[in-house]
Design a protein around this ligand. Structure first.
Ligand SMILES: [Zn+2]
Length: 62
């Protein structure tokens, strides 16, 4: 069986390779800050939730 693993989009800033242009563009935007691809909102919400969790730490103990 032949394994056709063609990846059309190679990142020039790191060694990542992507089959889909959209995924590749999201990678560029997220990791390297290149371009303006729309980063999935779900992920943003998750990151925000994490930050809120951290902010709760260290309340007044008076
Ligand atoms: Zn990259």
């Amino acid at each position: 069986m032949l394994h056709s693993n063609i990846k059309a989009f190679k990142c020039s800033s790191c060694s990542k390779e992507y089959k889909e242009r959209r995924t590749y563009e999201i990678h560029l935007t997220r990791v390297h800050g290149i371009g303006n691809a729309k980063v999935p909102v779900r992920e943003k919400k998750y990151l925000l939730a994490k930050e809120v969790g951290h902010a709760r730490k260290g309340g007044a103990d008076f």
